[in-house]
Design a protein around this ligand. Structure first.
Ligand SMILES: Nc1ncnc2c1ncn2[C@@H]1O[C@H](COP(=O)(O)OP(=O)(O)OP(=O)(O)O)[C@@H](O)[C@H]1O
Ligand SMILES: [Mg+2]
Length: 255
């Protein structure tokens, strides 16, 4: 169920205070359903804070934030939203499959037959390409493999919205490519909405739409093509720099 305007996420005047700082400043943006939206910007600009607001774990959020037609954090969204944090948490003393079995039982207590849960675990393991490591202790995995275990946990419930905080950091180019293929498959075949953060601009080109952030503000909300065309640049990275300069000039002129 989407809201009346057919968007997956809609923010109006979204403001977040962390400590004494205003970390997000009155943001307006939308996330289209069934598409991959990249959330890009330098370290500290507020990407993780924005994602935490969307999944409903961030305190001191003001403004309006609708997610799949309900206010962010509404209990009905729990099974519909998958979230992988920037520092993925897995139980290091359990194997990969045991981790997934555990989360499957927590996510679907009593709702699904054991065999159904087992099938969901097997499917999620295949999707993140960890079948060959299913009996390895999570504590012995590389950072990228652990990220993929967390991603598999998020995929267990076949969520409508997947919020992934820098899921490809530290992965080799082959794995990065494979994960992006998985993201595109999820969007195309399951109509999953994906919101994916990165501070690597070359990943921008793989997204359908982009939210470019800087210092708690959204500089642009558009397709990669439109951003390049509007800025007259060859890459999204150059377009981003162009927007940063334009915003600095505007601020200077406003003084
Ligand atoms: N508990 C806190 N109290 C005060 N400020 C905080 C707190 N947590 C985060 N911040 C500040 O909020 C801002 C946004 O942080 P956030 O983690 O959202 O950035 P980010 O874009 O995800 O960065 P990165 O790319 O490094 O993950 C940063 O300036 C950070 O210092
Ligand atoms: Mg972050």
């Amino acid at each position: 169920m989407m809201n009346s305007s057919g968007v997956a996420v809609e923010a109006r005047g979204l403001t977040v205070q962390r400590g004494s700082r205003t970390v997000l400043r009155g943001l307006d943006f939308t996330v289209e359903p069934g598409r991959i939206t990249g959330l890009l910007g330098p370290s500290g600009c507020g990407k993780s804070t924005l994602m935490r607001a969307v999944v409903g774990t961030q305190a001191k959020v003001t403004g309006t934030l609708q997610v799949l037609g309900s206010p962010a954090g509404h209990p009905s969204l729990r099974p519909r939203v998958g979230y992988v944090t920037q520092a993925p948490s897995v139980y290091t003393d359990l194997t990969v499959r045991q981790n997934l079995d555990y989360f499957a039982a927590v996510l679907r207590p009593g709702r699904a037959h054991r065999d159904t849960r087992r099938d969901a675990v097997t499917r999620a393991l295949t999707e993140v390409d960890l079948t060959s490591h299913e009996d390895a202790l999570a504590g012995n995995l590389s950072g990228g493999q652990r990220t993929r275990v967390s991603l598999a946990v998020a995929l267990l419930g076949t969520p409508d919205l997947l919020v992934l905080d820098e899921p490809t950091v530290g992965l080799d180019p082959v794995l990065r490519r494979d994960l992006w293929q998985l993201f595109h498959t999820l969007a195309a075949e399951r109509s999953t909405t994906l919101l994916i953060s990165s501070h690597v601009m070359d990943e921008a080109e793989r997204c359908h739409r982009l939210l470019l952030m800087r210092e708690g503000e959204i500089l642009a909300d558009d397709t990669p093509d439109a951003l390049r065309t509007a800025a007259g640049t060859d890459t999204v990275e150059e377009a981003f720099l162009h927007l940063v300069d334009a915003a600095a000039t505007r601020k200077e002129n406003a003084r």
